[in-house]
Structures are given as C-alpha cells and as structure tokens.
Design a protein around this ligand. Structure first.
Ligand SMILES: [Ca+2]
Length: 315
C-alpha cells in the first residue's frame, strides 16, 4: 500500500489546522517507517500571512520534537519561507475559518528558535534528487520554482495537490476552492506544465470528516494526539452552532499519495478560470488530453482510518 521507497518529499503548505495535521501525519509515518528520510517544508501565504504560516510551521515542528516519542532528527527538517503574495494580486486569508494566527489556538506566547531559509534555496538545492511534492496551499511557490528553476522541474516525480472543485461548488466563492482561488494563474501554469499531477478536489476531501459528536476523536495516548484533539475541538468551539463537521482536506491529499488504492482516478486535463469574473479560480475539465490524475471517488472510511492511525502514531 505505501510507497516501497519514499522519495524525497517536499510539503508546500500554509498552516492552517488541516495542514498541521498533515505535517504530523508525515512525521509519524516517517518515524514508523525504516525509510530514514525527512521531508522539506516550504511555506506559503494563504490561510494566514506568510509570517504566520512560517511561524506556525516552526512551532509545530518544535512541538513535535519536544512532545512526540519520535526518533526523527527534527532539527534537520529544512523550512523555506515562500511567497507572501500570489503571482497576481493578493491572498485572501482565512482567519475567520482557521482562527487568529491560523491555527485556532493562541501560540503567540511561544517563540521558535528554529532557523528558516528562503524557499528558493530549497528549490535550488542539489539535495532534492527526485522529489514528490505535496502541495496543500496556494500553488505560487511551486509554479514560480518550476518556471525559474529547470533543475527543480526536472527533479519532480509527482505533485499531489489539494485543490479545486469538479462539481462546480466552491468553498471561497460559489465556484472556486480556496487554494486555487488564491492563485489561479499558478495553478493553470502547473496544469499546463506536463509534470504529472494528482488533484484531490474539494468534492472528494469533503467526504472525510470528523463530527463534533465524535470529539475527542483520537485516543489521548500521545501528546501529539492530545494536541490534535485540541486543535480540532477549538475549531468547533469557535462556532459551536454552525460547525458540526471538520473536513480533513489536506490529510486526504496526503493519504492519496501514501495509499492511492483508496481512490479512483481519471486521467484528465484541468483548466483554471484566470479571469476577473465571478468564476475566477473555478476548475473545469477540458476536452484536451491531460496528465492530471483526478480523484473521482474515495473509500472514505479507509481514508479516515489511516488519518486516525497516523495521528495516533500507532506503530
Ligand atoms: Ca492548506
């Protein structure tokens, strides 16, 4: 089920509560495996400003290092600061959804000593032999890196993207999904790039969720599980009337990479609306032959089970 040999993994993210879960899942997965590898992480504005998403990433890694029983060398995980704005215009942030600073809980009293580097240093690093990209934020960093850095482009084996909506219903406008809406030009560039992409759209990620009646969802047998429960509970508590389901958008994209057998895919070509009309950011199937593997169905119970197990850090 899992990749026999994990290639170098690059997580491009905008934490974000569901990004935080995906980062913990990757670290727990690697800790439980014998692959002896670490991900690189690049940050992007999106759910929150680049300052907040980068600080959140640093704090999440600090927390994981101190609170998990992991033997991973967390200090060696490279964190690259990416773009603070999309190729055109500005990001629309999601503080009303993810809460103050982007994680829903107050981390302002914490400071991280962690070193960060510009994301472009990671994209131009020779360490990145063959890489698999997990893109769970707006696609600005990856599009710019592919455009400016032929070696990086050549080194990419796959890009798994959480984004878009194929049934036409968005979550930031009636037509557009958040990540694609925040940089449709970057998304369109990647879909035209001929790099193999896997797209996990909102239609699929919305099928995997935890309801507020299931909380606390994870067993409280590790500090990471407890903290994850806290992140999700605080999200529910911010609007206890309207929030009844927490969707695992970014974790579902990670599961699609780790366990593609849980999904049905179709080979398609995706077009992104880059106009300034009300359809900006909408993703549509094109009649052209494409190189995007679009998830069209999912075994949601197996996917949820894997998310549960990776967050509980079962061996
Ligand atoms: Ca995200």
């Amino acid at each position: 089920m899992f990749p026999d040999e994990m290639l170098n993994m690059l997580i491009d993210c905008d934490p974000g509560i569901d990004d935080a879960l995906a980062i913990f899942m990757v670290l727990n997965f690697l800790n439980n495996s014998n692959l002896n590898t670490l991900p690189s992480i690049t940050t992007i504005g999106g759910n929150a400003t680049i300052e907040d998403t980068t600080k959140n990433t640093c704090l999440l890694l600090d927390f994981y290092k101190k609170q998990s029983m992991s033997s991973l060398e967390i200090d060696n995980v490279k964190i690259g600061i990416g773009a603070d704005r999309p190729i055109e215009g500005r990001f629309q942030y999601a503080y009303e959804f993810h809460g103050e600073h982007g994680l829903g809980i107050d981390l302002s009293k914490y400071n991280s000593e962690r070193t960060t580097i510009p994301a472009k240093n990671i994209f131009s690093s020779n360490d990145l032999k063959k890489i698999d990209v997990l893109a769970i934020g707006p696609l600005t960093n990856i599009a710019i890196a592919i455009k400016n850095n032929p070696l990086f482009r050549k080194s990419i084996s796959s890009i798994t993207i959480m984004g878009g909506s194929i049934n036409g219903k968005g979550n930031v406008t009636p037509f557009a999904e958040f990540n694609i809406y925040n940089d449709p030009v970057a998304a369109e560039y990647i879909f035209r790039s001929e790099i193999p992409t896997t797209l996990i759209p909102l239609d699929i990620t919305e099928k995997v969720y935890v309801s507020k009646f299931e909380m606390p969802w994870l067993q409280q047998n590790s500090n990471i599980a407890k903290f994850t429960n806290e992140l999700i509970s605080s999200w529910f508590n911010q609007d206890s009337i309207h929030r009844t389901q927490f969707h695992f958008h970014d974790p579902v994209a990670l599961v699609a990479y780790l366990a593609p057998d849980f999904f049905c895919f179709e080979e398609v070509s995706i077009e992104v609306d880059c106009s300034s009309s009300k359809f900006r950011g909408q993703t549509e199937l094109s009649s052209k032959k494409g190189n995007t593997k679009l998830a069209v169905d999912i075994d949601s119970s197996k996917t949820k089970r894997m998310i549960y197990e990776l967050l509980n850090n079962y061996q």
